[in-house]
Ligand binder design. Structure first.
Ligand code: MN
Ligand code: MN
Length: 461
């Protein structure tokens, strides 16, 4: 006799129990590609340039707004090198709406200040201003690398890249030795490392045979000038980011996990990318968004609030004489962003019935926000029903994903900005351990399921 619980109770399933050998191999192959991408895409600019390079291999070309479009066209537009929009034109008109997946490619990090370079007691340093929600104590005594651009007065751009090549030196922020940290150790974690102490050590050698001041700073500036042709004033118009110099590695004795910097949210960004790369002439136009600035409020020209999105979608609509608002009204969006994986070492912050777990697939969230869902998109029951239907039709293993216990804290995604545009939107993404830390953990099976989820959304009717 069958157990009525099998039919009546909701039961989440471990992805590993559901994949046959063939699909286990697909999961491994997909994760290999993701790890390669993550290793290269350490900043939003690099995430865009790597994505564009791959897109071209899959037949995408830059969207020319003066040229006609037809079903199956694969288009992309890079907005200032920091926001990337891709589309595969559907067989139906834009009037029927588009299937949109939106992830972000900026990650918490340390930005150099605009006047960063100084010398103190014969060591040279960069001052930093952290970007996004970091726990400052995690960013000291780890290897750092620098990426970014310096915009010269001539209009020329210089690309900065120090520490990514194993032959390069790495950079570093010091912390107190325990022997002298008695006072610091009594501070709460949030106060033990003040932001103004996140100073990056650049060098310790003075210029020889020089009687002037700041001989170590001068030596560092000479090295930078030789390598990049820049002077100190050029930092004023630079965007240089210090990010962890850790390699992306398999983690766990069973190699089931991936350790890396910036899974939030490049793990969802890559799932969208690989899915749209492989999408051919879908019924509805498929749109992939890799947005910048999510970690600081989705603001600015390259954030999800930017009209750059309307500009791209409007250009597509104009080609078919469709009103943009009418396209939005019928569109469907998955805001693909990571969620917190239940951490058995810290169970007290989660409510396990509703929290996502590693290896249970892509996590769907009806709402995000904090303190009574504040600031959340809060998808409708109908939208939740639709995503269940899409995933069921494509054998996507998914779970529910509320971020933590009620009133424990909370988070946000770009979902509300899509909802504000009159686009039906739901959150879905990969569960992460140690989110926003310099070295985050995800499970391979969840990465693979999120890629399958994005494919299913792009193929949906
Ligand atoms: Mn995120
Ligand atoms: Mn985040």
């Amino acid at each position: 006799m069958s157990d009525p619980r099998d039919e009546l109770f909701y039961k989440q399933k471990h992805v590993h129990d559901l994949l046959d050998d063939g699909e286990l191999k697909l999961s491994e192959d997909y994760c290999r590609k993701y790890m390669d991408y993550l290793q290269k895409a350490k900043t939003e600019r690099l995430a865009v340039s790597e994505a564009v390079e791959l897109a071209k291999k899959y037949g995408f070309h830059e969207f020319d707004r003066s040229a006609p479009i037809k079903a199956g066209d694969k288009l992309y537009r890079s907005v200032r090198g920091k926001l990337l929009l891709l589309a595969v034109v559907g067989r139906e008109s834009m009037a029927e709406g588009a299937n949109i997946c939106a992830a972000h490619i900026d990650s918490p990090r340390l930005d150099l200040k605009q006047i960063p370079l100084y010398e103190q007691n014969e060591l040279a340093y960069f001052k930093t201003h952290y970007y996004g929600g970091i726990r400052k104590y995690q960013w000291v005594t780890i290897p750092l690398e620098l990426h970014g651009v310096v915009a010269l007065k001539t209009g020329e751009n210089v690309t900065v890249n120090i520490g990514a090549d194993p032959a390069d030196p790495i950079l570093y922020i010091s912390d107190l030795l325990p022997h002298l940290a008695a006072k610091q150790s009594e501070q709460p974690l949030a106060k033990a490392i003040p932001g103004e102490k996140l100073n990056i050590i650049l060098g310790s050698l003075p210029v020889k045979d020089d009687k002037g001041a700041d001989r170590v700073k001068l030596n560092v500036m000479k090295i930078l000038n030789e390598k990049y042709g820049i002077t100190e004033e050029d930092f004023l118009s630079a965007e240089i980011e210090a990010v962890p110099a850790f390699p992306v590695r398999e983690a766990g004795l069973d190699r089931s996990l991936i350790a890396g910097y910036g899974h939030d949210d490049r793990v969802c960004a890559f799932a969208e990318l690989q899915a749209i790369y492989e999408t051919e002439a879908p019924e509805k136009t498929a749109v992939c968004i890799l947005a910048d600035k999510e970690e600081i409020g989705s603001v600015g020209v390259s954030g999800m609030i930017s009209e750059a999105f309307e500009c791209f979608m409007g250009d597509l609509c104009d080609k078919q004489s469709v009103k943009l608002e009418h396209c939005f009204e019928r569109s469907f969006c998955v805001s693909a962003d990571v969620t917190n994986a239940f951490d058995p070492t810290w169970p007290e912050v989660s409510e396990l019935r509703n929290n996502s777990k590693l290896n249970y697939g892509v996590g769907i969230a009806k709402f995000t926000g904090r303190g009574g869902k504040s600031g959340s998109n809060d998808a409708s029951a109908e939208v939740m029903g639709k995503i269940r239907r899409i995933f069921a039709q494509s054998d996507v293993v998914w779970q529910y994903a509320e971020l933590g216990r009620v009133d424990e804290g909370g988070g946000g995604t770009v979902a509300c900005y899509m909802g504000n545009r009159n686009i039906d939107t739901v959150d879905a993404g990969v569960p992460v351990l140690s989110m926003h830390s310099p070295y985050e953990i995800v499970a391979k099976h969840d990465c693979y399921m999120t890629y399958k989820a994005m494919k299913a959304v792009y193929a949906s009717k």
